[in-house]
Design a protein around this ligand. Sequence first.
Ligand SMILES: *Cc1c(COP(=O)(O)O)cnc(C)c1O
Length: 434
Amino acid sequence: MVNIYSPCLNINKEGHLAISGCDTITLAEQYGTPLYVMSEDEVRRVCKSYVDSFGKYYHGNGRPIYASKAFSCKEMYRIVTSEGLDVEVVSGGELYTALQAGVPGENIHFQGNNKTMQELEFAIDSNVSDIVVDNFAELELLGKLAREKGKTVRVSLRIKPGIDAHTHEFIRTGQVDSKFGLDLTSGEALQAVTRAIELDGVKLIGLHCHIGSQIMEKEPFVHAAEVMLELHNRIYKELGVELEQLNLGGGFGIHYLETDDFIPYHEYMEAVSAKIGEKCVEYGINQPKIYIEPGRSIVGEAGITLYTVGNIKEIPNVRSYVSIDGGMFDNPRYALYQSDYTCLIANKAAQPADYVATIAGKCCESGDLIQEHTHIQKPETGDILAVLSTGAYNYSMASNYNRNPRPAFVMVKEGESRIIIKGETYEDLVHNDL
Ligand SMILES: *Cc1c(COP(=O)(O)O)cnc(C)c1O
């Protein structure tokens, strides 16, 4: 038996994998495969735990922001904002989707390392809460655009605190060699702060950092908070400006395998808030409003993907390919950075997982794999294969490679299911073709 670690999953009395009380085999029959499925109960549970932590550790002086690049669609924005979270967007498309879902501009934070002029104008016109500025050129451009519009735009600055968060190289962003943000150690950050303070059209309201993703330990977060608060204090003491907020980013780890071992979220929150409290007393300053930006940890374990098993190629003394009706077009993460996943045969979930499989997609690429040498139940053509923890960076990274339509997305809640994103049709695929 494969260990199913997410609280929204269980094996039902038919021996099938179930999510939030819905039998996955019934879902596959009803909606077809490939199919993305997400538990609204689980998303709301995690949102509540972050909101509760802010009450407990910061007396409500701050809030979590959902980093929506993990999974962006109208219903998702509605769910997280109804739980009291703000949202972070990194493109005009995400901003548009959030606005279409009814999220007020004041609850939206706009971020990105190379926002276009059009995106900056869209963000200004939408009265977003703040624009997180990445570099000097953007700061100047934003000031100019704001002055032309007769507005003052609230900005924060993305800082590289110089922290190596021991994660996969492709998802590590706090160190000096990163395309994101302003370098702290060289003095670039303080120079940008000085410029932002004097520049007409912008009001500097805070600092921002994000040190990486899928981080399992709490020490890098505590260290980042310490480094950022030191900068916050220097700005107050040397430049006489008391910034109102400090955004410490996201990056909290989740389970991809049962053996993944990370600190529970409230323990990060407790350790970081203790450090912030201690430093503010030491510096004799007021505590700024604290924000964090979890993405993966809100949706990751809440989501699974269901596929139908097609052909099975057992190559003696080499490996066994188990092909599915999806692949890198709905989940490119293994092809991109060999990410781990737990896979199981959903209609045999209670049976022993004693078959070693390489799960292959249907795209014309040898690298189109979902997982290699993974233990699943003995597969047969027509079985339903479930891949766990696909809620984050799957739908949002999906493509139409090989002209495969993106699968439908179903939300489940207390035993009920509903489509939140329709599956694409062949007609959709040629919609923009002239
Ligand atoms: C991606 C990103 C996040 C979310 O990271 P997760 O690992 O999904 O929690 C938060 N903030 C910024 C700036 C990001 O780029």
